[in-house]
Every structure is written in C-alpha cells, then in structure tokens.
Design a protein around this ligand. Structure first.
Ligand SMILES: Nc1nc2c(c(=O)[nH]1)N[C@H]1C(S)=C(S)[C@@H](COP(=O)(O)OP(=O)(O)OC[C@H]3O[C@@H](n4cnc5c(=O)[nH]c(N)nc54)[C@H](O)[C@@H]3O)O[C@H]1N2
Ligand SMILES: Nc1nc2c(c(=O)[nH]1)N[C@H]1C(S)=C(S)[C@@H](COP(=O)(O)OP(=O)(O)OC[C@H]3O[C@@H](n4cnc5c(=O)[nH]c(N)nc54)[C@H](O)[C@@H]3O)O[C@H]1N2
Ligand code: SF4
Ligand SMILES: [Mo]
Length: 690
C-alpha cells in the first residue's frame, strides 16, 4: 500500500434492511475501490448489484456539485449555478418573509430515508425545524403501519433476530421479496433449508423469491387476513393450539375462537382465490412444524387495512407457541431493537426555551400532496424543504404532487445528489454529499449490528452533508443557539453515548458492533409482552376505543378486488407496483447507466386471459390508467400475475413516459387504518391500447 493509500471501513446508507459493511480504498484522496467487508456478520463480504457500482454513483458526471437557481419554468430542470452565499441568502429571505406573513407552519419539510444514517436523518435537521416551528410530518411511507399493527397485538413491534431464521424449520416469507429486497438474508434461509426447512412464499405476484420457494401461495392482493384467519380456524379446529402458551401469556383467546370459527377454509378460499387444499395444507404445516417463523417486511402494509393485516398475522405465532423456539415467531423490521442504544428522538430535540415555542402543526407525510392542493389549508404551504427523498416519484398520487409543486406561490428547496424528478421543480437545488464523503453511524432494520461510517474522502465540489446543510441554514436565518451548530464529532458522541467504551472501540476498529442483546434473543419465549397486562392481545380494548375491530379481522379494501362495485366495474384490474429490480433502490438508481439502462425501462405485466380480452399482444404499447393518472408502457404477457392483477415495477423516473408520468401517478393515497402509512397497492386500473 503506498503512502497515499488508506482503507476505511464504512456502512451502506441506503434505505435497505441489510445495512452492509463495506471497505473503501482511497488513493491520494480519491476512492478507487469499494467492496463488501468480509468480516460483517450479516452481509459477509457481499454488496449488491446497486452498490457494487457505488463509486460510479459518487463520481457520476451527473452529480449536482454546486448550488443551482431555477431560471426556466418549474419542472423543466433549467438552472444556473450560483454561490452558496447567494443560495443561502435567497432561502433565508424567503423563509423570513413567508413566516412573517403566514407563521412558521407555512414551512413544510419533506424527507424520507434516502440516507438512513443517524446524523443524516435526525439531529440537526430536526433541531432546525423545531427552532423554526415548521409543520411536523407524522406517519411514514415505510414501516409505521406494520409496526403499529404488530404492536396492537404485542405492545411493541419487535420480533426475533432475523439471523435466527437459520434455526427455523418452516419459513413463511409473507409479502416480502427476500431475494431482491433483503438479499443478505437469503443465505440464512438457505442454511435453514439445508437443515430441512420448508420455505413458503405468500405473495400476489410471482417474484424472484417465489421462484425459489418450496410452496408458493398467490392470493388476490390484500386478502391475506382471510388466509390468516382460516389458518387460525384450522389450528383451533384440529387441536393444534399450544394451550399452555396461550393461557399463560395471552388474553382474549375465547373471543378469538369465536371470530375464527366463522373463517372456514372454504370461506377464505372464496375471498383469497386460493384452493381450499392450499389453505388446509399451510395451516396443518404451521400447526405441526417448529420452529416456524413468519418473515414480513413492508409490501403488505401498503394497504387500506395494512395495520390490521399485521395485527392479524401477529396472532399466528401466539397460537402455536412458536415464540418458545429459537428461530420461531415473527420477524419484520429490527429497528425497534436499536432504540435502547440510540436515542433518535432525543438527538433532535432542543433545550427548553430554544424552540419556537408554538406547538408544531402536524401533517401526515403521505398527505403533503393533498395539503399542497388544499385551498382551505390555513396557513397554506408556501415553503417546501426537501432532502433525502424523491417524493415526486416515490409518493402516491404523484400527479397531485406535481400540481402542488407547480404552484407559483410555492418556494421549493431540494438538497440532492442528482437532478431528480423532484429537484426539477425546485427554486433552489443544493448539492448533497454521498455516504463516503460524510461521517455517520448506521442502524439496521434487517439485523442487529450498528455500522460505523467515517468519511473516506472529502466532499466533492461544494456538496455538503445533511448536518452541514442545517448548520448553514441556521446561520443564514441568524440563529445563534449553539445546539443548531453542534459538530458531527460531537453528534456522533451523543448518538453513541450509551455504548460502553469497549463496544465503541469495537465499532471504530471493526466497522460494526452487535447491539448489546443476548445471542439467543427469543423476545417472547416466556411472555413478557410490553402491554399493560403483560399479555399479548387477541382482543384489544384499545383498538375498540379507537373505533377499530377489537379482534383480528379481514375487511375488503374500498379500492380492491372485492371493493366498491362501481370502481371495480370501471377499473377491473388490481395494480401492484413492487420493488422487483435488483439494480434499483427505490428510485435511487434508475437514471444511472449500469442500472436503468440495463433493466430496459418500465413495463406492465398482465395475465394472458386479461391480455386476450383486451386484444393486447406482447410488446404492444398500452395506457395503464385510472381517475388519478395514466402511464404509457409496453406490455409483457405473463403468468407471474394472476388474472385480474397487473404489475408495474416501482422506481423509474418520469423520463420514460411521454407525459413524464411515473407508476405512482396511478396509486392510492388513502392512509392505512392506523399507523399513518399509505395504501399504494390498493389501486385499481384499466389497461387499454395506447
Ligand atoms: N433491490 C431493492 N431492494 C430494496 C428496495 C428497492 O427498491 N430495491 N427498497 C428497500 C425498501 S425502502 C424497503 S421498504 C424494502 C421492502 O421490502 P419488501 O417488503 O420485501 O418489498 P416490497 O416490494 O415493498 O413488497 C414485498 C412484496 O409484498 C407483496 N405484497 C403487496 N401486497 C401484498 C399483500 O396484500 N399480500 C401479500 N402476501 N403480499 C403483498 C408484493 O407483491 C411484493 O412482492 O426493500 C428494500 N430493499
Ligand atoms: N408505488 C410504490 N411506491 C413506493 C413504494 C412501493 O413499493 N411502490 N415503496 C415506498 C417505500 S417503502 C419507500 S421507503 C419510499 C422511498 O422513497 P424515497 O426515500 O423518496 O426513495 P429514493 O427514491 O431512494 O430517494 C432517496 C433520494 O435521497 C437522495 N439521497 C441519498 N443520500 C442522501 C443524503 O445524504 N442527503 C440528501 N439530501 N439526499 C440523499 C438520493 O439521491 C435519492 O434521490 O418509496 C415508497 N414508494
Ligand atoms: S443497498 Fe442494501 S444490499 Fe445493497 S449494499 Fe446497501 S445495504 Fe447492502
Ligand atoms: Mo421502504
């Protein structure tokens, strides 16, 4: 290694469950190699088809490296370069004048988890917004509905260590596309399979993961709660319930028995479109094989009744006592386990007296587009600060979002690495660093290891990290509170203050450290549910008090196959918009040569029967449309979807469509039953020749 060469152990920042460890080689200040860290216990030296080309992303000729000001119409991405001073004074002047006129709630932040590291998501951004008194976004585009659904049954959203899947003998991958979205879990699934485990995939789309399953169940979209209720029916009917576990650690069992009594496999078969034999078969296996695990992630929460679905699934391992066994129970996001180590909420709060004082207005993050178009909203939104996301492509009902971004009286600031579809509507674009240009620490939602990430190279051009962005904005606003200017080193110390010195040293030297939790985690092996009674809740009085069904239940989605008959008549096809490209991470790579160009472009998959009924042959250009919007794409006639269902991959920007539309131009922006999520996948469409 030459004198100018260094090796930096870092962690991928993408909004991905795997949070892989990586090793960056830097020669004379330039990153020349980025590879997986072989010592990382979960990713074990592998990255993925996205991040294998990460340095092409870092050094892409398309990076935004200087502040830009809009000089053409919104949406046309016509900008001129300006200095940071000019950008900041323009933004501060506009913030002050808007706040003077409308009050601070007129400012709306719009951020997601484009970089999910700790400093990049909470800390100074949240402090700045607290100081300002801006509108606070609630809910989430990802994860909250599933978490709150599971929590309605258990008291929190925690599950087993995903790596313990290696001990499972029956693995139900329920609404998750492991091989694509959580690829480093797959070797643990294979390890279990080599020891005799059976792998079942339950998904309305035949995914790459479904192709590898021992058993594939393909229910109609949004009907899984009926399947789960029928499985419980069989467990009760056939005496497969672990009565000792149920009696000691749960409440409401008799009420549950009453409910599932109605859910014969025959009734569930009608609702789900599955065969009675398939339902009997999976229920019998689930009632007899241990350890059994239900692995879910996010896809199935994106529904009108998404939280109830997760609450219902969470009842299954209680009935069989699967929690007793290592590798048994349920697992979804592991992020809840990080709360004991990293106080994310605390990092963004301000000392009393520093904040603007007024309580912040609350707005669901999935309803920003509605709010931008609401003439009665008081105060109106006149400033949008967007970072860490590409909402015009990734939020539901994108055409409504576009109409909002086009408003003349809206001032939009976007902090980005690239000129995304969203950035094209900005008044000011500010350049953002990539993960190897900024220091941070990275939690995980697919395993239990915290990742280190020292900066490997200096920021390119004039780009700044999310923390530096908010230091600069605070300075430009004339704020002087020291908490708005805390350095990254101090923020890291604060974030990691609960790590013992030895664990902190391990994090720094190895690039990762496992959370201080038992190797054999088994969270609910002996009950201990964090509910008021300490028992898991088949019957929930809290849900009843909120006007929800106190028992697990199935309800058809309004915009689903068994929904509003007028809608179903006009739009007879259910649209799935899933993450099926291994080279994409949400919308983050579809514009780059080694990613989108290799995938070709968006398309719609339709079953041969539905194609024939519409006279559509393979390759024909069609319009997929509903009352919200329309996209123009080629057809793939395919049995990967069942009759009545079509699928368009998610993640493409609008450049492939004659009108600039994206698949989210079609999707449903109704909120989930609780948890503040959104019903992307409860979307009905028609497909017609273009
Ligand atoms: N390659 C790649 N990896 C990614 C991402 C990416 O964009 N690309 N995104 C990352 C992010 S942000 C997330 S949240 C995770 C998501 O990880 P996953 O949750 O695994 O992925 P999704 O595609 O959102 O949904 C998974 C599956 O749920 C199915 N599904 C939808 N509705 C239902 C239903 O009603 N019932 C059942 N049984 N299944 C249903 C979909 O058909 C889909 O195949 O992936 C992460 N990893
Ligand atoms: N139809 C449909 N829609 C979906 C989904 C679906 O399955 N189907 N999935 C939903 C889910 S689960 C999610 S999580 C969302 C994801 O939605 P988004 O979070 O909007 O996802 P990305 O498209 O990856 O956008 C992240 C952006 O952040 C930028 N970025 C990366 N690092 C940094 C940084 O350090 N600083 C700043 N300022 N910017 C940075 C990247 O360049 C990128 O443009 O999409 C949701 N939308
Ligand atoms: S995107 Fe996911 S799989 Fe790929 S390197 Fe990052 S954490 Fe790993
Ligand atoms: Mo997500």
């Amino acid at each position: 290694m030459s004198a100018g060469t260094k090796i930096v152990l870092g962690t991928c920042h993408h909004d991905c469950p795997d949070s892989c460890g990586w090793v960056v080689t830097v020669e004379d200040g330039v990153a020349t190699k980025l590879r997986g860290n072989p010592a990382h216990p979960f990713s074990r030296g592998e990255l993925c088809p996205k991040v294998n080309h990460f340095l092409d992303r870092v050094y892409s000729p398309d990076r935004v490296l200087h502040p830009l000001r809009r000089v053409g119409p919104k949406g046309t991405a016509t900008f001129e370069r300006i200095s940071w001073d000019e950008a900041l004074s323009t933004i501060a002047a506009r913030l002050h004048s808007s706040i003077d006129k409308h009050g601070p709630a007129t400012v709306v932040p719009m951020s997601s988890a484009g970089n999910q590291s700790v400093l990049a998501t909470v800390t100074l951004g949240e402090r700045f917004l607290n100081r300002l008194g801006a509108t606070r976004l609630t809910g989430s585009v990802c994860g909250a509905a599933a978490r709150e659904g599971v929590a309605a049954t258990y008291g929190n959203g925690n599950g087993i260590d995903p790596m313990d899947i290696r001990h499972s003998r029956l693995i139900l991958l329920w609404g998750t596309n492991t091989k694509v979205t959580n690829r480093h879990l797959w070797p643990f699934v294979e390890e279990a399979r080599a020891a005799g485990a059976r792998v079942v995939v339950i998904d309305p789309v035949r995914t790459a993961t479904a192709d590898e399953a021992d058993t594939f169940l393909q229910p109609l979209p949004g009907t899984d709660a009926a399947l789960a209720l029928a499985m419980m029916h069989v467990l009760v009917r056939d005496g497969l319930v672990d009565r000792d576990y149920v009696d000691r650690f749960t409440s409401g069992y008799e009420a549950l028995v009453g409910r599932v009594g109605e859910w014969t496999p025959a009734r569930a078969a009608e609702v789900t479109g599955l065969q009675v034999g398939e339902i009997e078969g999976i229920a019998a296996a689930y009632g007899t094989v241990q350890p059994s695990v239900i692995r879910t992630l996010i896809g199935a929460e994106h529904r009108e009744h998404g939280a109830m679905l997760f609450r219902t699934l969470a009842c299954l391992p209680l009935l069989t006592g699967a929690w007793r066994h290592r590798g048994g129970g349920l697992t979804r996001s592991s992020s809840g386990w990080f709360a004991g180590t990293i106080d994310r909420d605390g990092l963004g709060t301000l000392a009393p007296g520093t904040a603007s004082g007024a309580p912040r207005r609350l707005l669901n993050t999935n309803h920003v587009a509605r709010a931008l178009n609401d003439p009665t909203l008081n105060p109106p939104i006149t400033v949008l600060l967007a970072w860490n996301g590409n909402p015009l492509v990734t939020q539901p009902n994108a055409e409504l979002m576009r109409r909002g971004l086009l408003r003349d009286d809206l001032f939009t600031v976007v902090h980005e690495q690239f000129l995304t579809d969203t950035a094209a509507y900005a008044d000011i674009v500010l350049p953002a660093t990539t993960q190897i240009e900024s220091a941070d620490v990275v939690p995980a939602w697919g395993h239990l290891h915290l990742g280190a990430n020292p900066a490997a190279i200096a920021p390119l051009g004039e780009s700044v990290s999310n923390t530096e962005l908010f230091r600069r904005l605070a300075g430009a606003m004339g704020y002087t509170d020291p908490e708005l200017f805390t350095s990254d080193d101090e923020l890291l110390d604060l974030a990691l203050k609960r790590l013992s010195p030895t664990r902190r040293a391990a994090l720094d030297s190895d690039g990762f450290v496992r959370l201080d939790l038992p190797e054999d985690l088994r969270p609910f092996a002996a009950g201990g549910f964090p509910t008021p009674s300490g028992r898991a809740l088949f019957h929930s009085a809290a849900l009843a008090a909120r006007g929800q069904d106190p028992l697990p239940t199935y309800e058809p989605a309004t915009e689903g196959p068994h929904g509003d008959p007028d809608l179903v008549k006009r739009f007879p096809l259910v649209l799935m918009t899933v993450k099926s490209h291994t080279r994409f991470l949400n919308s983050s790579y579809s514009h780059l040569p080694k990613h989108g160009a290799l995938e070709g472009g968006p398309f719609v998959e339709i079953h041969p029967e539905d194609a024939e009924a519409r006279g559509l042959a393979e390759g024909r250009t069609v319009r997929v449309w509903n009352d919200r919007g329309s996209i123009t794409v080629p057809v793939r006639v395919s049995t990967r979807v069942r009759p009545g269902v079509v699928s368009v991959p998610f993640g493409w920007w609008g450049r492939h469509d004659p009108e600039g539309a994206v698949v989210n131009s079609l999707t449903n922006d109704e909120l989930t039953d609780w948890g503040g999520g959104v019903a992307f996948h409860d979307t009905l469409v028609e497909v017609s020749p273009a």
